[in-house]
Write a protein that binds this ligand. Structure first.
Ligand SMILES: NC(=O)c1ccc[n+]([C@@H]2O[C@H](COP(=O)([O-])OP(=O)(O)OC[C@H]3O[C@@H](n4cnc5c(N)ncnc54)[C@H](OP(=O)(O)O)[C@@H]3O)[C@@H](O)[C@H]2O)c1
Length: 651
């Protein structure tokens, strides 16, 4: 059973031991032509980029504590690399999961696993003593699945300064920002550069900014978009950033005077200075008060290189951009806001993930998305301390649709993916017919797609998108947030068993919970083999992807993200959104508005979401109750009275 240890938490930005930075840092550079498949719309990069995790992470000899010069392979920083290697270990994981279910006591089970590991190690050493052959110790350990590692990882620290010195610097940066805001009088006029405005969260930021009393202008950095034929994938036309912006404002129902606040300019976060033209840059230097860096690659199965380029390189470019603004004489720049994720804390079973401490996770990262976002956070710490950049770090947990309506503007990522899969599987199973092989195939797919690989007690931290965007806009006018990491998360986490219960009620689908270890190691490989034998390789791939990507988040031992700074520093309401109610609305929304991800056209989604919101307003007004509190059957009845659901038009 795996064992590795991170360094004890330090408050504030990570601090280096003397000479830490760059030492033992073997460089992995990948040239523009090398590496992974490139994503849609991305131009080939011209420069070689240092992709090595060693800029952020050190490998340490567990026994001596000495830093090892070995190259760190990105894969060894993921959960997957450290488990499922031995039948005994798989059996122990499975057993642990059962025990957590029966006892409900994770701490006890963790202790039990550790004791087993220790007993295994002792037995191995005894055998070696008795045989007189030291090599026997390793042999017995391998036989017993004892996998205690002789190395551990820790983050490089970002400063030699003492905690007091850091506090003093941050205090001075906060004062600078406060003075700059005060100089604008009682009604500051903010001019914000936003990256990621076309994304799920970015759209909500734009929607809220349209009526924000202090936001005078939002300049969105947008890349051109290739519109492709869905079947042939042939590029039909390319939308310019301005065209994308105009479409977006229409879909957000932002018109007239409010629309004049928004500007969309061409840029790519992976390019230095976002590749913005010199003339535009000169203009921005004179006007921008804030930069909100929200763009990223939010993909749980992307390659390391792609994730690194979008998330680390993108963040570095954004920080450098803000640095250039801040150091321009006469610039009105106030602060940079970096959007990260509370999952930068990775998998940590023992301790609460503190807001202002970043420790290499004892149980590694679920995917390269989390890992590269953590690296980006370290870059942000460095910009704060070394460059004196006025910067706030905001860390949303898993973002879901609007707290009251579930509206998500067509997002199908993250939690939407399994919910949409459940819904579509239910529909497919309801309409099973045709030949025997067709029925068998449909049944098999349905069976797997309605299986949720999760432990009952696993807790997910969900936060509605409106709360996150409110937090981001609040940060613009909060100088005290500079230098802080703030979790935009919840204190009422949802358990997987509740997810399954609510999905069952709302979608009418019997979702089964399956042991994640068993699903990974047995069910999925078998189903994949059967489907492949039936000539359904693509389907097999999709199901495998769903299971392996989301399975990790359903396992027991998920991190508990501390919250408090959202209220204490940003002044958000202490009553955090009711996660269970928000998840219920996500299910209803994805069922009726999104048709489980089938409705993709942005204009149609915008039309439906507007009608959906108006209908919810009307139902709540008439019933005097929050719509999420209506039982599934009752909600379906009142909804069908108002909306013709097939064509989604008002009755
Ligand atoms: N969704 C979540 O559950 C969640 C949770 C925690 C934190 N976050 C963080 O919140 C932020 C936004 O997430 P999201 O869910 O809104 O993501 P999203 O829907 O996938 O949107 C990503 C945005 O980034 C833009 N982008 C990506 N690469 C770019 C590039 N090279 N140049 C310019 N723009 C680029 C995309 O532009 P295109 O439209 O051109 O692709 C899009 O606007 C991210 O930083 C993410 O890490 C999200």
């Amino acid at each position: 059973m795996a064992e590795s240890r991170g360094k004890s938490p330090s408050r504030g930005p990570n601090r280096p031991s003397a000479g830490d930075r760059g030492r033992g840092h073997s460089r992995t550079t990948v040239s523009s032509a090398g590496g992974a498949r490139r994503r849609r719309g991305r131009a080939p990069a011209e420069t070689a980029v240092d992709l090595s995790p060693s800029r952020y992470i050190v490998k340490v000899d567990r026994e001596t504590g000495a830093e090892l010069p070995d190259e760190i392979e990105p894969a060894e920083l993921l959960v997957h690399a450290h488990r499922d290697h031995h039948p005994v270990e798989i059996a122990a994981q499975f057993l642990a999961s059962r025990l957590v279910r029966v006892t409900g006591n994770e701490a006890l089970v963790k202790k039990g696993l550790k004791t087993l590991d220790r007993l295994g190690a002792r037995a191995a050493s005894t055998v070696a003593d008795l045989s007189g052959d030291p090599a026997d110790e390793g042999r017995v350990k391998r036989l017993l699945g004892v996998t205690a590692r002789d190395v551990l990882f820790r983050f490089r620290e970002t400063t030699h300064l003492t905690e007091k010195e850091v506090k003093k610097r941050v205090g001075a940066l906060q004062k600078d920002a406060r003075d700059r805001l005060r100089a604008q009088g009682r009604h500051p006029r903010m001019r914000v550069l936003l990256t990621g405005g076309t994304g799920f969260l970015g759209k909500e930021i734009l929607a809220q900014a349209a009526s924000h009393p202090h936001v005078e202008e939002v300049v969105s950095v947008v890349r051109p978009q290739a519109v492709r034929d869905r079947r042939t994938k042939k590029v039909l036309r390319v939308l310019t950033p301005r065209q994308r912006g105009a479409k977006l404002l229409k879909q957000l129902h932002i018109t007239g005077k409010a629309a004049r606040r928004f500007r969309f300019i061409k840029g790519d976060i992976e390019k230095p200075g976002f590749g913005i033209s010199a003339a535009e840059l000169a203009k921005l230097k004179k006007s921008l008060t804030h930069v909100v860096h929200c763009a990223a690659s939010v993909s749980f199965d992307d390659t390391y290189e792609n994730s690194f380029r979008a998330n680390v390189l993108g963040s570095r470019n954004a920080l450098a951009f803000s640095n250039a603004l801040q150091s321009t004489p006469g610039s009105p720049f106030v602060a940079h806001v970096a959007i990260e994720t509370s999952y930068i804390h990775g998998r940590r079973k023992r301790s609460i993930a503190q807001e202002d401490a970043l420790v290499f996770p004892r149980h590694f990262y679920n995917n390269y998305y989390e890992l590269t976002k953590a690296m980006a956070s370290i870059e942000t710490d460095r910009a704060l301390i070394e460059d004196g950049l006025r910067v706030t770090q905001l860390l949303p947990s898993i973002v879901i649709g609007h707290s009251r309506t579930g509206n998500n503007r067509g997002d199908t990522k993250v939690l939407n993916a399994p919910v949409n899969a459940f819904g579509r599987a239910k529909e497919a199973m309801d309409s099973l017919g045709g030949t025997w092989p067709d029925r068998a195939r449909g049944w098999l797919v349905g069976l797997i797609a309605t299986t949720f690989p999760a432990d009952r007690s696993a807790e997910l931290n969900l936060v509605p998108v409106d709360r996150v965007a409110t937090g981001i806009l609040a940060a613009l006018g909060t100088p005290e947030a500079i230098g802080a990491r703030i979790h935009l998360a919840t204190d009422n986490r949802i358990r997987s068993e509740e997810i399954v219960r609510v999905a069952g009620e709302e979608l009418g689908v019997g979702v089964r919970m399956a042991d994640p270890t068993l699903t990974r190691n047995l069910t999925l490989p078998v189903v994949k083999a059967v489907l492949t034998a039936m000539g359904e390789e693509r389907l097999a791939g999709v199901l495998e992807k769903l299971g392996t990507i989301f399975g990790v988040y359903g396992e027991w031992g998920q991190p508990i993200h501390d919250v408090g700074n959202d209220v204490r520093i940003l002044g958000l309401p202490i009553q955090r959104p009711d996660t269970s109610a928000a998840f219920r609305m996500l299910c209803r929304h994805n069922h009726h508005v999104q048709a489980f991800g089938r409705v993709r056209d942005g204009d149609e989604i915008a039309r439906r979401e507007r009608l959906w919101e108006e209908t919810i307003d009307a139902i709540e007004f008439e019933s005097g109750r929050q719509v999420a509190s209506l039982r599934a059957k009752e909600f379906r009845r009142v909804l069908a009275e108002r909306i013709e659901l097939r064509s989604f038009v008002r009755r």
